[in-house]
Each structure stands twice: as structure tokens, then as C-alpha cells.
Design a protein around this ligand. Sequence first.
Ligand code: NAD
Ligand code: DAU
Length: 354
Amino acid sequence: MKTIVITGGAGFIGSHVVRLFVTKYPEFRIINLDKLTYAGNLANLTDIEDAPNYTFVKGDITDASFLEGMFAEIQPDGIIHLAAESHVDRSITDPLSFVMTNVVGTANLLNAAKNHWKDSETAFEGKRFYHVSTDEVYGSLHNPEDFFLETTAYDPQSPYSASKAASDHFVRAYGNTYKMPVVLSNCSNNYGPNHFPEKLIPLLIHNIQLNKPLPVYGKGENIRDWLYVVDHARAIDTIFHNGTLGETYNIGGFNEWKNIDLVHLLCSIMDRKLGREEGTSAKLITYVTDRAGHDLRYAIDASKIMNELGWEPSLQFEEGLEKTVDWFLANHEWLDNVTSGNYQSYYQGMYANR
Ligand code: NAD
Ligand code: DAU
């Protein structure tokens, strides 16, 4: 039996990766290692929490000695690393927590894996360290014909993207220096169920329901490339199993949207779903002060993963957005508990003595 540690498995994307691995690979032991910060929430995983091949461990990747002890105990064969501070706006007000979790945390994980694996009988054979990263490391595109390729030079512009870029460099450095079996991916904006309502799409859905203003930064002209979260989880599965060691894969849906166009599309879907007259929700749109250093455009060229590994997105954007809205409307309780912090105090209390 292989033992796979998935870090950040209680978060948005991590919860979809954990669910996919637990259900698809009953022969693997899946360990979800998560600190349960404000963004981590075990209610994202209630449907699989009793599966015999699933274990949750509450722990902090910034704690090196905890990681050494945990790895000695559970003997992981693979690590899929998603734990991070992930919100750009928070990185602007509190950059150092991003340095701690994203840079120091990743270096700690690499180090714990290296120390544990190199002393084992088989050393790095059959082992794999997979680092999940973001397209934001490439910076901001200005020419409409340009796309981010795996070879695009790093040019991070926010404390968040700088911390993710630094973590990517550490992963490659461990691959090069210690010959650790590493693989990386850089993905565009995800959306879907379990998305924390500080990010654009769930924030809009929440505010439309409550008839609250819909804050659009600047003129709403920034462009993002959106991918349904389950398709990202499928790509992670593909890369973990079939990706070439030492390689990086860009993941995206060739699906660029100007923010303001996306806001209007979502308003129109919500009007229909809530039985409101078309145009009602769009009246809530409020232009607000722009994000400091706001990247203009992200756009991924995902040809490499499509051509070499045969992955492709399964959903069109409109279909994915409908599914997402349906999920949020059917899960009021999730949204209420997440925004009030109820889940956090409940689950933190449950694991207080670990
Ligand atoms: P998220 O904020 O929803 O979840 C992060 C998870 O990490 C939470 O469960 C949190 O409790 C956990 N965590 C945070 N600090 C930790 C620590 N010190 N120790 C252990 N666990 C800790 O994030 P997400 O949006 O699901 O993103 C997951 C990963 O994917 C991140 O590495 C992010 O950079 C990357 N990514 C995200 C997107 C996106 O659109 N959301 C796109 C590309 C890449
Ligand atoms: O590109 C991948 C990245 O996508 C991930 O690495 C990050 O973890 C993830 O948070 C996301 O970053 P963004 O900054 O692009 O996502 P966010 O949802 O915060 O914002 C999307 C766009 O919408 C961005 O141009 C800022 C704008 N925005 C955002 C919020 C929260 C608004 O106009 N109003 C808002 O209230």
C-alpha cells in the first residue's frame, strides 16, 4: 500500500484532490495534513471522512520537528503539497505570514521528505514530491497575444506570488541538488464548490444572495483564466502519476474573462436562479479602489499537459458556473458557517489536543 500525504487537504482545491484520491485509489493510504486555518474546513470532506483509506492529521508545515516526527511515523511514499496562504489581498496586508507558510513551510516539507527518504532502504526510488503552484509566479501579461508557457521567466508582482515563486525555486533546487524526485504545476484561477467566500466568484454569489454591493476593483478590466476545480484535481492526479520527474506543467482552461464581463454573467445566472427580474443583481455592482499592484492579465498555455499527458478540461465555463451557483445555493449552511467562523471553532476544538 502506498502512503500519500496531501497538505492543505481541508482547503478549497485540496478537498477536491483528497476526495478524488480517496475514492479513486482505495489501495492508497491518503493522509490529509492541514493546520485548519481560517481557510481550512473539514466540512469540505464529510462524505469521505469515514473511508478506511483516509486519515486526517492536524499539523503545521512551519513546524519542522513536527514534520520529521510525522514522516518517521507514517513513512510517506508521495507528497502532494497544496497547503498555503492563498489570497492576494491578505498577502498585501500581512506579507510575512505568506513567507512563513509558503516559503518556510515548503522548505520544511522538502527537508523532512529528503531526510526521511534518503535514510530509507529504497531512498528516492518510487517516491515523488509534487508541488502545486500558481500562474501568478509569471507576473502580468500586457500583450493580448502572449500566454504563460512553462518557460516564461518568473516575474512575481505581489507578496503572494513572490512567496509561491520562492517555494517553486526551493522545490527545483532540491530536485537539482539532492536529486529529489520532484514535479511541479502552475495553474490558473480555480472556481467551484468549497471556494472560500473572500475570492471573487463565491464573494459575488454570497453578496448577490444578501443584496449587498458587488465590489469590482478598479475598472473591472483585469483578465483571469478560469478553470473548474475538479478539472484541476484531475490534472493533479494525471501529473502525480504520469508527469515526468523534474518537469513543470501549466494547467488552464483557455478560458479568459474580463472581470466585469464575468460579474455580469454571474449576475444574470443568479437573477434566473433566484427568480429575480433580469438586471436586478447587476444594480449591486460597485466600483471600488483597485488592488495595489493589481496584475492585469493571466492566460495559461496548457498545450504541454494536453499534448504530453492527454489531460483536458471536462467542462465549459458556463456549465461550470451553473454547477457552482447551484452548489452554493444548496449549501447555505456551509456559507453561513464559513463566514461566521463556526466551522473553524468547531473543528479546531475537536482536534485541540493533537
Ligand atoms: P485555500 O486557502 O483554500 O486552502 C489552503 C489550505 O492550506 C487550508 O486548508 C489551510 O488550512 C491549509 N494551511 C494553510 N497554512 C498551513 C500550514 N502552515 N500548515 C498546514 N496547512 C496549512 O487554498 P486553495 O485556493 O485551495 O489553494 C491550494 C493551493 O493551490 C495553494 O498552494 C495555491 O497557491 C494553489 N493554487 C490556487 C489556485 C486558486 O485559484 N485557488 C490556483 C492555482 C494554484
Ligand atoms: O491565478 C491563480 C490565482 O488565482 C491563485 O494562485 C490564488 O490563490 C487565487 O486566489 C486567485 O488569485 P486572484 O487574485 O486572481 O483571485 P481573486 O478571486 O482574489 O480575484 C480575481 C479577480 O477579481 C482579480 O482581478 C481581483 C478581482 N476582484 C477580487 C475580489 C476579491 C474584484 O474585482 N473584487 C473582489 O472583491
